[in-house]
Design a protein around this ligand. Structure first.
Ligand code: PBG
Length: 332
């Protein structure tokens, strides 16, 4: 409700200088709001630039400490691990997902051993970094199989939990997977492992650079529209979230981020559950390239991130997380 009337009321009065703007500001950002995605690659002493994501790198396991130290020192509470799996290790079934010496498992063990509980580890539950066809699940006659895929996701979840993963993040969009994963990990004494469900994950063009980063872009056959959501829908997102909460999700993710602020807001208002936003690779690359070309200034980053808080997100997965202290300092 708007009360007051011009000219006795002038909203510009509260904006007249920086100190008063600080007092009336409704949202702020802190490094504690961020999750840092890390791309992993095989080999030794590698820090490999990802061309489609300026400023983002793939690290070999022996160099992970460098980035984890940085994240901890800045106050980032959690990292998310994403593997760039060698082509020779990919197959139709994505079996490398169940190899206890795969990149994610080796890295999780290393981080837990060295850093204990100083930082959380989040692992995607999905098969796309491991399948030769680039899909998140198993395929039969061009169909992504739901229930058969869940069986593999359960095993992937159990393995990741065993390796030290704190937060399992199913990003596959199969129906019913949250309940089945929750049940299986509970039965194996992983009651404390959290589930962050990618509940509202849309079939989006904004994942392009990520697929390049994990090496699934060239192999992806077709699109993901039979399991990821149609971006024309919002009621459907609420149904997805409602089901995942019933099945045992501790937190839910909305993805991509910026084009879906309305979804973040309505989930938060309806369910009062922790909602995370994923500022995905395409959003990152658009902003970063625009800054590099002087089309927008650097403050665009801060603006894009505050938008998530304004919409109601509790935390943000962002490729800017490793630089967030500088971004906050520079733009406030
Ligand atoms: C895979 C997964 C994707 C992303 C995170 N997990 C890509 C996809 O669904 O194709 C995208 C992240 C990004 O674009 O930054 N299940």
């Amino acid at each position: 409700m708007i009360v007051g009337k011009y000219p006795s009321l002038r909203l510009r009065r509260n904006r007249k200088s920086s100190w008063t703007r600080k007092l009336i500001q409704e949202n702020t950002l802190s490094p504690n709001d961020f999750i840092l995605p890390i791309f992993l690659i095989d080999g030794v002493n590698k820090k490999q630039h990802i061309k489609s994501m300026p400023g983002v790198y793939r690290y070999s396991v022996d160099r992970i400490s460098q980035i984890i130290d940085k994240a901890i020192s800045k106050g980032i509470p959690m990292v998310a691990l994403f593997p760039n799996t060698k082509k020779s290790l990919k197959n139709e079934l994505g079996s490398e997902a169940l190899n206890e010496n795969n990149l994610v498992c080796r890295t999780s063990r290393m981080i837990k051993k060295k850093y204990k509980n100083q930082i959380g580890i989040m692992c995607d539950v999905a098969l796309d970094p491991y399948t030769s066809h680039g899909h998140d699940g198993l395929i039969k006659s061009d169909k992504i199989l739901n229930d058969e895929t869940i069986q593999v996701l359960i095993n992937q979840s159990l393995l990741q939990a065993e390796m030290g993963c704190d937060v399992l993040a199913p990003s596959d969009m199969m129906d019913g997977r949250i309940g089945k994963i929750r049940k299986a990990i509970d039965q194996n004494n992983f009651q404390d492992v959290q589930i962050l469900s990618y509940a509202a994950k849309y079939a989006s063009s904004f994942y392009g650079p990520f697929r390049d980063a994990v090496g699934s872009k060239s192999s992806l056959k077709g699109d993901k529209k039979t399991y990821q959501m149609d971006f024309k829908n919002s009621d459907e997102a609420l149904r997805e979230v409602a089901l995942d909460i019933k099945e045992g999700a501790d937190m839910v993710m909305v993805k991509p981020g910026m084009p879906y602020l309305d979804i973040i807001k309505s989930i938060k208002e309806k369910f009062k559950i922790p909602v995370f936003a994923y500022q995905v690779s395409g959003e990152y690359s658009l902003i970063e390239n625009a800054i590099n070309k002087n089309l927008v200034n650097k403050d665009a980053v801060y603006e894009s991130l505050v938008a998530f808080k304004r919409a109601g997100a509790n935390a943000i997965v962002s490729y800017y997380a490793d630089r967030i202290d500088k971004i906050i300092k520079q733009s406030t």
